[in-house]
Design a protein around this ligand. Structure first.
Ligand code: TIU
Length: 219
């Protein structure tokens, strides 16, 4: 069984019951000039995840790991966007540099070219921060007990998804170099919170350790 050095201790996973989940690596959050940057955020803090994630995806795909992508966004009529979310995110649905912000089908809502899903990989559209709420993710994960979690942002959609996953019984390994926050402090503390208290929400490691473990797997 592949084993990865992690905090708070080694993380072992079985390839056949593990999924690699890539959360919200969307143009709206990551592209210079896009929604994320228009809010005053430094997208470089997120973009440093792209290269390690591309390498991890290549290794995961080569090893036959199940890959799942998510996208945060809403229907064009915003009927799936709670008024309380819209009130504090009034740009949602407005015309932005890359189309209507966080609206399904728009250019900005889709995943960045560098990490484009392959045919056959699941792409889960979610209205909330967590990937389980309002989606078929539980069904897609049937047979899986472990998740390797990547994507953005660490303290928002990654954390919410990891917390949801914990309550559903999954073991989560979060990869520090493949998750990103606009705020360095939130990145640091967000990762600490996952592994604290003996791994209250899961494990934290870096992607090279996972890639090495995947490359050691008999195919
Ligand atoms: N994907 C995700 O994290 N959505 C957000 O709105 N994140 C923020 O950090 N704002």
């Amino acid at each position: 069984m592949p084993t990865v050095a992690a905090d708070p201790g080694p993380f072992s996973f079985d390839l056949s019951s593990t999924a690699l989940i890539v959360i919200d690596m969307q143009r709206d959050f990551l592209l210079p000039g896009g929604f994320g940057e228009s809010l005053g955020n430094d997208v470089k803090q997120l973009r440093r995840t792209i290269e390690p994630l591309a390498a991890l995806l290549a290794a995961g795909r080569a090893a036959g790991l199940k890959v799942i992508h998510t996208r945060e966004g809403h229907l064009p009529d915003l009927s799936d966007c709670p008024p309380a979310k819209l009130k504090r995110g009034s740009m949602i649905g407005q015309e932005g540099r890359f189309g209507k912000i966080l609206i399904r089908g728009e250019y900005g809502h889709d995943i960045i070219d560098e990490l484009a899903p392959l045919d056959g990989e699941d792409v889960v559209d979610k209205p909330g921060k967590g990937a389980f709420y309002g989606t078929d993710l539980s069904k897609i994960l049937e047979g899986c007990t472990s998740l390797i979690v990547t994507g953005v942002t660490t303290e928002v959609c990654v954390h919410t998804t990891v917390r949801e996953a914990n309550d559903r019984g999954y073991e989560c390994l979060v990869l520090a170099d493949c998750v990103g926050s606009y705020f360095p402090e939130f990145q640091r503390v967000g990762l600490q919170m996952i592994a604290a208290q003996g791994g209250i929400f899961g494990w934290v490691a870096d992607s090279p350790a996972v890639i090495a473990a995947l490359e050691g797997v008999d195919k």
